[in-house]
Design a protein around this ligand. Sequence first.
Ligand code: ATP
Ligand code: MG
Length: 552
Amino acid sequence: MSAPDTARPLDFIRQIVADDLESGKHAEVVTRFPPEPNGYLHIGHAKAICLDFGLPQEFGGRCHLRFDDTNPTKEEQEYIDAIQDDVRWLGFDWGEHLHYASDYFEQLYQWGEHLISTGKAYVDEQTAEQIRDTRGSTFVPGTLSPWRDRPAEESLAQFRRMRAGDFTDGQMVLRARIDMASPNLNLRDPVLYRILHAEHPRTGNAWCIYPMYDYAHGQSDAIEGITHSLCTMEFENHRPLYEWFVENLPVPHHPRQIEFSRLNLTHTVVSKRKLLRLVQEGHVKGWDDPRMPTLRGIRRRGYTASALRAFCMEVGITKSEGVVDLGLLEHHLRKELEHEAPRRMAVLRPLKLTLTDWPQGKVEQLEVPNHGQRPELGVRQLPFDGTAWIERDDYLDDPPADFFRLGPGREVRLRQAYNVTCQEVVRDAAGEAIELRCTHDPESRGGGGRKVKGFLHWVPGGAAEASVRLFGPLFRSADPEEGGDFLNNLAPDSWTETLARVEADLSAAAPEARFQFERLGYFFVDPVDSRSGGPVFHRIVALKDSRPKRGR
Ligand code: ATP
Ligand code: MG
């Protein structure tokens, strides 16, 4: 997998890790990827995953997959399973280190008692609103709770009764006793435990109090011996709290939290809440819709894990926020598929072409290479009987001079076959061309004959039919939030489907196979909707980037 790229300077996190190993502070690097199982992973997570799992691969060590499952009302086993599957698909493995914050509920509870006993936490019986209203603001210090100085034994007794289920949701909470005047609001006596009579996907009904994310996270890192706890910038303000817990509890180990900037992409939303709206409100066909930036969607679109990893590597790790052009990911896909994908021909909007001068009944086998630059991928035979399908867009009734394709009286080359000249156009009642009747130059076989400027892809008259789906970005503006609600920026034509003609052998194409369809792009056999003999192709990416750089 990704060996350290020695040509690139180390990013600031890799530099810290390298220094810590060199100074002997750590013998190996231990990281974790900590998803909350409340949604599907998206391309932003891929950046975090590539960093968390990449470091131990490059420097030696291990990465844990840890579910931060502290909020039972939003979490589901479905997400737990999908997340594991997606991380594996991306090419990473946590070995034996599959962990859950819920594995530590008992320890975290004991540490809650410890904080109470040392005067660093108290049970607050104010309502949630009172707690919120007395928190103050950046410039106004908070107000002390009337319960803040209650005796430790009293808090302890109440905390035990909270656990025992003696109280209702929201009746009281456990709070840290830190500093109600701190300029960092996270340190104003944050809530550590709340009462929640909810069934947990893993612990069932064993608990009716649950630790807050901030309280669980750092201690879980400490328990697991995480050396470098990497997270995105929004946790920077939480770091003092993270460190406060680690310093005030008898934890076995002190991890270091380091923040980096989130990945944002043009034409894309990467917020679980927004992605959920797209799915729930029916703007897309599900979490694995090929237009979605979820790993499920990206996968079903046909993107490769290796191109995604290369993209994440190139984006790099910094602290500055930016928006990466979607074109960069497409660049990595093209680069990989240009080499990997065998070539085939397909016609998206077929128009019939008939050679009037082809000998009746004659079928010629045309030998065609599967990859122009890679002879080891072999050749295939295209049976040519004087009929073919070409792209409707490759013919114009009245073409301008610089249109090097077909028009009345014009000559072009059918790739790997013959030069043909359009002699006559058959039309339907509406005047639309439905068949081009042409003659051919027998001398042009194998590249001979007159020189022509136009080279068209085509498929034999006996080609198979297949559904082909073409995708555009889900959002028409580079910034989906432009002008307010992201749902107002949905592109109306992000999914188009056509009944194409494809080379006959493609009707037996294996699910998840990838091809380059000449002149059209790279395509993937959808493993979900394809049936035996009836493949459905997804365009992964066109051959060239035709989108405007920014905006509409
Ligand atoms: P939520 O808003 O629901 O908390 P989240 O996107 O933070 O969503 P988590 O499951 O908490 O989701 O994320 C797991 C890890 O992935 C976190 O460490 C988070 O920092 C990281 N992560 C999430 N989104 C991105 C992103 N766009 N770029 C890089 N890392 C991300
Ligand atoms: Mg989060």
